[in-house]
Design a protein around this ligand. Structure first.
Ligand code: PMP
Length: 406
C-alpha cells in the first residue's frame, strides 16, 4: 500500500493555511509537531461529553473520564513496550520528567561527590536540572565529549565510567544534530557497572520505535506535543524497582494513601508521582495521537521520513557554501545547517517571508554551539506529513536568501 500522504495532510488542517501569502511549509517539527483532527476531537469529546475530575468520583462522568485517562496510560505503556502500566507517570512534558527524576533520584540516592554523566549534545533540560543538584547535593556533573561529525566520543565515555558515576542521563537523539546515539551500548556498558541510565527521548519518540524493555533503560522521558499530541502532557517511564524506592518530591492530593498530622503514607505507583488533578484531557489527547500513529504505522512513517530526509540532504548539498552540522551515520530526519556568511536569524526570517517555518538559534543547546563555535544553526526538521515538494520550496527559498545577500 502506498503511503497515504494526501489523507494524512488533510487530517492536519493547519497545513493548508498560508503564511505571509504563501502556502505554509512547516519544517519545525523538532520543536513541536502539528495536531491531527482526531486528537483535537478526542479532547473536544472530553469537554463536550464527559468532563469530570478523575479518580475521586462515584458518579458516571467521573468514572468515564477516569477510564479514558487510565486507558491513555495503557496506550502509552504499550506504545513504548513498558512491562507494567504503573511504570508510566504522566507529567507536563520532557522537561518536567527530567526535573522530577533529578530531584527524586537525587534526594533518594545521591551524596556529595557522586557523579552524573551527560553528553556534550544535551538540551538544556537535560543539563540544568543536574546543575541544580550540583548546588543541592554537591554532586559532580561530567560530560561525554562529542566528535566533529556530531557523534559521541565512545572511548572517552568508557573512560568516564568510573565507580563514582551514579547515573547517566543522555539524549536518544540530538535535537540539533539529529545524531541517534548508541543508547543500547551505553546502557549495556553502564549496567555492567550497576549504573542506571535515563534516556531523554524527546526527539526519538517521533522517529523511532521505542521498546524500553529491549533498551533496558531505567528511565525514559518524552513530551506529547512532539508526537502529534497536545502540549502540557509528557511521560516519565521508570522501572518500578527504582520508582518504588524513590521519594516523591511534590505532595498533594491523590499521591497519598493516608494523611494525618503525625504521619502521611504515600500512594502506590504511578499515583505517588502524580499529585493533584493531572492534565487528563491532554493525556486522553496523547492516547488519541498514539492511536493515530499506530493506524498509519511506525514503519511506514519512518520510511516516509527517511525518503524526505535523504531527498533534502541531497538537494541542500547542492547549494554552494551551505555547511551541515551533524553528519553522523546514525541520523534522524532533521538537518542543521548554516549558509556561509549569513546569520541564521536572517535566513530564518527571510524563509518565513516565503511561508517556510524553520527554527534558528541555539536550540536550547548552548554548550553544543560553543563546541562548534557558532551562534546557532538553521534547523529544518521533518515529520510524517512533509513532502518532497516542500523540500523543493526550502531549496528555492535558500537560493533566494543567498541571492538577496549577494
Ligand atoms: N530534550 C530534547 C532533546 C528536546 O528536543 C526537547 C524539546 N526541544 C526537550 C528535551 C524538552 O521538551 P519539552 O520542552 O517538551 O519539555
Amino acid at each position: 500500500m502506498s503511503y497515504p500522504i494526501e489523507t494524512i495532510r488533510k487530517d492536519f488542517p493547519i497545513l493548508s493555511r498560508s503564511v505571509n501569502g504563501r502556502p505554509l511549509v512547516y519544517l519545525d517539527n523538532a520543536a513541536t509537531t502539528q495536531t491531527p483532527t482526531q486528537v483535537v476531537e478526542a479532547m473536544n469529546d472530553v469537554y463536550y461529553n464527559y468532563n469530570s475530575n478523575i479518580h475521586r468520583g462515584v458518579h458516571t462522568l467521573s468514572n468515564i473520564c477516569t477510564e479514558a485517562f487510565e486507558n491513555a496510560r495503557t496506550k502509552v505503556a504499550s506504545f513504548i513496550h513498558a512491562e507494567k502500566t504503573e511504570e508510566i507517570i504522566f507529567t507536563h512534558g520532557s522537561t518536567d520528567s527530567v526535573n522530577i527524576i533529578a530531584e527524586s533520584f537525587g534526594a533518594t540516592f545521591l551524596n556529595a561527590g557522586d557523579e552524573i554523566l551527560v553528553s556534550g549534545m544535551e538540551h538544556h533540560s537535560n543539563i540544568v536540572p543536574w546543575q541544580i543538584l550540583q548546588d543541592r547535593h554537591q554532586i559532580v556533573l561530567k560530560v561525554i565529549p562529542i566528535l566533529d561529525d556530531g557523534s559521541l566520543n565512545m572511548s572517552e565515555f568508557r573512560k568516564l565510567l568510573t565507580p563514582k558515576v551514579k547515573l547517566i542521563a543522555i539524549t536518544h537523539i540530538s535535537n540539533v544534530l539529529g545524531t541517534i546515539n548508541p543508547v543500547e551500548s551505553i546502557i549495556a556498558a553502564a549496567h555492567q557497572k550497576d549504573i542506571p541510565v535515563m534516556v531523554d527521548g524527546a526527539q526519538a519518540i517521533q522517529h523511532l520505535t521505542i521498546d524500553v524493555q529491549q533498551l533496558d533503560c531505567d528511565f525514559y522521558v518524552f513530551s506529547g506535543h512532539k508526537i502529534y499530541g497536545p502540549t502540557g502532557i509528557g511521560v516519565l517511564y521508570g522501572k518500578s524497582k527504582w520508582l518504588n524506592k524513590m521519594q516523591p518530591i511534590h505532595g498533594g492530593g491523590e499521591m497519598i494513601k493516608k494523611v494525618t498530622f503525625e504521619k502521611t503514607t504515600y500512594n502506590d505507583l504511578p499515583y505517588k508521582f502524580e499529585p493533584g488533578t493531572p492534565n487528563y484531557v491532554a493525556a486522553i489527547g496523547l492516547g488519541a495521537a498514539i492511536d493515530y500513529i499506530q493506524k498509519i504505522g511506525n514503519q511506514q512513517i519512518q520510511a516516509h521520513e527517511e525518503d524526505v530526509f535523504n531527498y533534502a540532504k541531497e538537494k541542500l548539498a547542492s547549494i554552494e557554501d551551505l555547511i551541515f552540522y551533524g553528519t553522523a551515520t546514525h541520523h534522524t530526519s532533521l538537518i542543521s545547517f548554516l549558509l556561509k556568511g549569513i546569520h541564521p536569524f536572517d535566513t530564518g526570517t527571510l524563509l518565513d517571508k516565503m511561508g517556510i517555518a524553520v527554527r534558528t538559534g541555539h536550540h536550547c543547546a548552548e554548550p553544543l554551539m560553543d563546541h562548534f563555535q557558532i551562534p546557532g544553526t538553521v534547523r529544518a526538521s521533518f515529520a510524517m506529513y512533509n513532502t518532497r515538494e516542500e523540500i523543493d520550496a526550502l531549496h528555492a527559498g535558500l537560493l533566494k536568501v543567498k541571492q538577496l545577500f549577494g
